[in-house]
Design a protein around this ligand. Sequence first.
Ligand code: ATP
Ligand code: SF4
Ligand code: MG
Length: 340
Amino acid sequence: MNYLEVNDLHVTYRTGGGDVPAVRGIGFSVAPGRKLGVAGESGCGKSTVALALLRLLPKSATVSGQVLLDGEDVLTMKWGRLRAVRWVGASIVFQGAMHSLNAVRRIGDQIAEPLLLHGTATPAAATRRVAELLEQVGLPGWRARSYPHELSGGQRQRVMIAMALACEPRLVIADEPTTALDVMIQAQILRLIDRLVDENGISMMMISHDLSVLADTCDRLAVMYAGRIVEEGPAADVFAAARHPYGRALSGAFPRIGDPASRRAPRGLAGDPPDPADLPAGCSFRPRCPEAEDRCAAVDPVLWPAGPDRAAACVHVLSDDEAAAAGVPVPAAAAPEETR
Ligand SMILES: Nc1ncnc2c1ncn2[C@@H]1O[C@H](COP(=O)(O)OP(=O)(O)OP(=O)(O)O)[C@@H](O)[C@H]1O
Ligand code: SF4
Ligand SMILES: [Mg+2]
């Protein structure tokens, strides 16, 4: 059974300027000990999904669908159960997390906090566990007595990873865990997370705008665009030969780790993702798609099978027969004579 299974997840933020449908009906799963990468440009809904998984969204967000963690729906759990599940069932390394350490508390106390809150360790055992965790993330045990300002950015990010691992969670959600770090440290931290989840048999969901990083670390890849998953499959296959034009643009960009330009727009792809509150008719990628056809304005593509163990939300993955069966117009050139 999958450890994490997400079905038809929708998240809409209510704002003064109207509703923002940030996540529009997505589903995916992560098997025990497996790693899923989630890629996509800024604003496509990656962090919103991560936060929804543990019900950490602000009150302005309306959420529907199912988030099954070991078969239990997080979205309908009672608060007491949810508190127990956070940190132990799943933990998150937040985007820019290193800035969220408490400046006036020693890092050892901060790492020990979830252990003590969950009653999984006595104070003496928590101290031993903190030393062990610091060692796992490559920091000497005496660093437990340091304050956050006494650590470099990379060291603080290591502390955040130690915190996420403290209660031996079964799933770690890492939301761009290295964005704020320099290139060399980013690579080190990513390798560290990868090794630790492997060693501990933890499942992982790693979020990044950088498909090449995810292809290196993950088993499967999901590519998001405008609040939907538009491509999904084995990581190496998606990276080597994406079936969706957006997936191809992302993988073709080969962004280097830490390349800020690639975050805003993959090379070779003009324009920006649409405003979620003002999506174009039909396929939401159409205004930027180099392969768009007339019929793309009339269909809202869903994830269709696109090869062994793969799916893509693009009309081009459908044969004419499949298109007809799915109610998608076939291309004008392929339409039978009498219908032209
Ligand atoms: N609290 C909020 N209130 C209103 N809109 C929000 C809120 N948080 C996010 N959004 C909007 O939801 C959409 C998705 O945002 P999200 O942060 O999930 O994107 P992302 O893929 O994580 O982007 P990035 O790569 O920049 O981190 C964006 O259009 C964003 O402006
Ligand atoms: S459905 Fe059409 S517009 Fe959308 S990605 Fe495919 S070819 Fe491009
Ligand atoms: Mg984000």
